[in-house]
Design a protein around this ligand. Structure first.
Ligand code: CAA
Length: 704
């Protein structure tokens, strides 16, 4: 018998237990084990079967790692059909998460008992696939087609209470789930309820076109450029057919979704995000350095960044000590924190009690020494090398040497900052993005001296904050900003000088799938912020910046973006709506003519191609220079921090799908036309010559 599925007899109940850590994925082995134990229900002493799981959750669904190959027998459908057609009542007892194939398995059972802590969902759409284990046929039979389409399109799990109200579960259990589920089985037997296969039910409501539009509308932004949603709708419509026909439609659509580029890309990002939180090159079973336990965090500097970081930790349940030498800064920070929490309460995101608790976790002090008691200290003072060095040197003196010291910088050399300490091994950069409490990405910047323990602790911090942590070597712009400044954003400015308009550049890139085009992003963050950051960065490299002439001129003119009502666009009467500004176009024309650039018509295809190819080319340089350890890490940085469309897999996965020889040829064409800054990266040349890919490069690097 498979060790991941066990069978025990408890009175009249055959207790089937799934045990496949860490998330009880329904792997090939689990499916085989389930078929074996269901057969034991034929024992005449057993009157009901109960399926439960050990560990923290019922199941996170099918084993996604198996999706690249044909799934081994027995299939999900086979296992579910054996459960559903079982002559004994079969009960699923759900705790923690029941996702995807896990929930689909539970829906094939005759009854479902859910613990109050349970959350049930079909998140397949986030992986570019449709629920393919009967979910699109059984869910509408249990909760109705309209509710099912909503639940599957959102991909978000619902609570046990909600599931009970919708008819997805039969009973909610508090306390010990095993006891409650065994009692439920007794009741089923006592009352002679018998098996009640979901497949025998009919769907109670009709799904018409207006229902479908209403269900799609709230997800329009998240699903822009995607196709899986259409397959979901088609599959749910098929739930009106006899069950076996509906299942066949679902199976065909599931195969189609699984083979799509969209799904390959989304699955790539799923695993890349998990892999990025591991030290590259460390053997899988190594400790990678023991992470420290973090309960209390010190933050030095109570400006926008420091306050946002404080919120991020307080929201994750940690105690925070926020330090600033300036009492006025601390008072402003307190005001900012309470108004941000108040607005979260007002928008219904959190209840008042939760806001109060979070606020109470953030303590303030004017004395730097006091943060010495914290398990980790993050310095978030102004971007000023001397000031940062002074703070780090003081902290280094007062903080026990095994505790992590992080500097929050986006532009300065972490190596240089660490030189101010006697323990550079415990210093690293934590590059938080604005707003620090809500953004998903955390760039962890390592120097040549940063220890494995420090990196492990930083990974733990990212996980605690529910952010994706990616390690970057300390170098100009780290991963994200280097690629933005030397590639994507620089190209966007060039296109403006050559003839495009801000609205055209933004619209083309938004059509490609970026959450927001580069000029709108610049206006949102503040053109002055970009100008200042670039000045710091280019100073670091002692290299000139001849490229961002428009943004820098706007900064000089005080046209800083949304906050001043005009930037690349006009924002009338405090509105966030970007309106094209003829004066900006005239300014661009003037700047272009001063540089001898003859403006011309530029089409959207060229805009997208140049911005994306330059991003890819610089990404390859970032890999060559070992600033990123894996191409997949770059994909994570860009999909989680810079709005690159996730369903295209990231700037390194995307060219693999185009074919590297093709991407290289186009880069060479632009090199010829536009000059030296389009020099192809040596790595792309090498990989293209071998007809290889970035994915292959990652595989080979991992094996080395
Ligand atoms: N299959 C394979 N591996 C999985 C997995 C799955 N469904 N879910 C999680 N894992 C792995 C992760 O890759 C990770 O592995 P490593 O430790 O080797 O990196 C490990 O389990 C732990 O995962 P997380 O780091 O993500 O842990 P977490 O506690 O932060 O999150 C989770 C847990 C919420 C379950 C999250 O992992 C998750 O969202 N998983 C995917 C859920 C999902 O999409 N399920 C649907 C699958 S598709 C399906 O079921 C199709 C169908 O119709 C049959």
């Amino acid at each position: 018998m498979s060790s991941s599925v066990t069978f025990d007899v408890v009175g009249p109940v055959g207790l089937i237990s799934i045990n496949n850590p860490p998330v009880n994925a329904i792997s090939h082995e689990v499916r085989r084990g389930l078929v074996d134990v269901i057969a034991r229900g034929k024992d005449s002493n057993i009157k009901a079967l109960l399926i439960m799981s050990s560990g923290e959750m019922f199941s996170a669904g099918a084993d996604i790692a198996e999706f690249d190959h044909p799934l081994g027998e027995p299939s999900f459908q086979e296992v579910e059909s054996r459960i559903e057609s079982c002559a004994l009542p079969v009960v699923a007892a759900i705790h923690g998460l029941a996702l995807g194939g896990g929930l689909e398995l539970a829906m094939a059972c005759h009854y479902r008992v859910a613990h109050t802590n349970a959350r049930l969902g079909l998140p397949e759409i986030t992986l570019g696939i449709i629920p393919g284990a009967g979910g699109t046929q059984r869910l509408p039979r249990l909760i109705g087609a309209r509710a099912a389409v909503d639940m599957i399109l959102s991909g978000t799990p619902i609570s046990a209470t909600d599931a009970k109200a919708k008819g997805l579960v039969d009973e909610i259990a508090e306390g010990d789930l095993r006891d409650a589920a065994l009692k439920f089985c007794e009741r089923v037997l006592r009352e002679g309820l018998g098996p009640g296969p979901t497949c025998n039910r009919t769907v109670s409501d009709n799904l018409d076109e207006s229902d479908i539009s209403a269900a799609l509308a709230p997800h329009a932004r998240a699903l822009k450029g995607r196709t899986t949603q259409n397959l979901v709708v088609e599959a749910i419509k098929a739930s009106k057919l006899p069950f076996s026909q509906g299942l066949a439609v679902e199976a065909a659509l599931a195969r189609q979704s699984l083979a799509s580029r969209e799904s390959q890309a989304l699955r790539h990002v799923f695993f890349a995000e998990r892999e990025s939180g591991k030290l590259s090159g460390a053997p899988a079973n190594s400790t990678q350095g023991q992470p420290a336990v973090i309960r209390r965090v010190g933050i030095v500097g109570a400006g926008t960044m420091g306050s946002g970081i404080a919120m991020a930790f307080a929201n994750a349940g940690l105690e925070v000590l926020l330090n600033d030498y300036d009492p006025a800064a601390l008072a402003r920070s307190r005001e900012f924190l309470s108004s941000t929490y108040a607005s979260s309460v007002k928008r219904g995101r959190i209840p008042q009690e939760v806001a109060n608790e979070r606020m109470q976790r953030i303590h303030s002090t004017g004395a730097l020494d006091e943060v010495a008691n914290c398990d980790l200290v993050i310095e978030a003072v102004f971007e000023d090398m001397e000031l940062k060095k002074e703070v780090l040197s003081k902290l280094d003196f007062s903080l026990p040497p095994e505790r992590l010291l992080a500097t929050n910088t986006s532009t300065l050399s972490v190596t240089e900052i660490a030189r101010a300490t006697a323990h550079p091994e415990r210093v690293l950069g934590m590059h938080f993005f604005v707003p620090a409490h809500a953004s998903k990405l955390l760039e962890i910047v390592r120097t040549d001296h940063t220890s494995a323990e420090s990196l492990s602790t930083a990974f733990r911090v990212a996980k605690l904050l529910k952010k994706v942590g990616v390690v970057a070597r300390d170098a100009f712009g780290f991963i994200g900003n280097r690629m933005m400044l030397d590639g994507y954003w620089r190209e966007a400015e060039q296109l403006l000088l050559e003839g495009a308009t801000p609205a055209q550049v933004d619209a083309a890139l938004e059509d490609f799938g970026f959450a927001m085009g580069p000029q709108r992003v610049s206006d949102l963050g503040g053109n002055d912020v970009g100008t200042k950051a670039r000045a710091q960065l280019f100073k670091r490299e002692s290299r000139p910046d001849p490229y961002f002439v428009i943004a820098d001129r706007l900064t000089e003119m005080g046209w800083l973006g949304q906050k001043t009502g005009r930037g690349f666009y006009l924002y009338e009467n405090g509105s966030r709506e970007a309106v094209s500004d003829p004066e900006v176009i005239s300014l661009i024309e003037k700047l272009a003519s001063e540089r001898g650039i003859r403006r011309r018509e530029i089409n959207d295809k060229e805009i997208v191609e140049r911005c994306i190819l330059s991003l890819i080319n610089v990404g390859a340089m970032v890999l060559e220079e070992k600033i990123a350890a894996r191409a997949a890490d770059i994909d994570v940085v860009w999909t989680s921090g810079y709005g690159f469309p996730r369903h295209l897999g990231g700037p390194m996965f995307y060219p693999d799908t185009l074919g590297l020889p093709h991407a290289l040829q186009r880069i060479r064409d632009y090199h010829e036309k536009l000059g030296h800054y389009w020099r192809p990266a040596a790595l792309i040349e090498r990989l293209a010559a071998e007809n290889s890919s970035f994915e292959e490069w990652d595989r080979r690097s991992a094996a080395r």
